[in-house]
Write a protein that binds this ligand. Sequence first.
Ligand code: UTP
Length: 288
Amino acid sequence: MIRKAVIPAAGFGTRVLPMTKAVPKEMLPIVDKPSIQYIVEECVKSGITDILIITTRGKEVIEDHFDKSPELERALDKPGKENLLEQVKGISDLANIYYLRQKEAKGLGHAILCAKEFTGNEPFMVLYPDDVIFGEKPVALQLIEAYNEFGKACVGIKTVAPEAISRYSSLKVENLKDNIYDVTDMIEKPAKGKEFSLYSILGRCLLTPDIYPILEETKPGAGGEIQLTDAMAVLAREGKMTGVDFIGKRYDMGNKLGVMMANIEQGVLHNEIGEDFKAYLKEFVKTL
Ligand code: UTP
């Protein structure tokens, strides 16, 4: 059973500047909810009860978002506001959320190492908050099911465009069954010709505690950062990793185009404004 999740949220978000100068990128909205709330909701729907968010200076607003808000709750406690009150109260009751500061941004691998005391001897889920994924079955749960079947660490994988692979990780894979693969090697940000395949890790990893001794030995890699991929590559080469070509619609909230795509596509589906927004968009596209 997977009870714990780690959400690394201590990056600078430079690709979404200037917005992210004072507002954490994890708080960028898709319509009316910050992206990190979708991530926490995915954990809850997948049976996870305890979540550690790795933060850094300037990210306190994330803690405020998941905290109780007595003044706001009092203000909403009147006829006609029941729905809003319920939504606001619901956010603070989602899960047990813990926070830890990564004191220096030394890379995603280092951020995960900070979670060692929290996860202890248990396998745990890592969700990258940039990757908001809408699926009928939450992607975290898709990975948990693969873990329950194969008993190995498991990464969420998807193919990326050939011209994009040098910005991602590249995986050596062999099909096991349906959309589940054995992952036997990987490389972060491969130089041209060094890629294993167009399969890359996107957004979700289920890790076993075996990762920690490896991370402790991992030297800074691509970009001078301690790369989680370099440590996961060791697990993969030891035959301890699978990958799930997950089913779901992913938005990359770590770049400006991804933020706009998420808001337009989810705006059209939104239960309050969807129909009006669709009508507006139809008129607007005629002017393009
Ligand atoms: P990214 O490299 O995509 O995030 O790291 P970033 O550094 O915030 O983005 P840019 O490139 O400057 O725009 C992937 C994930 O790892 C976290 C980030 O918050 C993001 O969720 N991370 C990265 C950490 O928690 N600590 C780090 O030292 C580095």
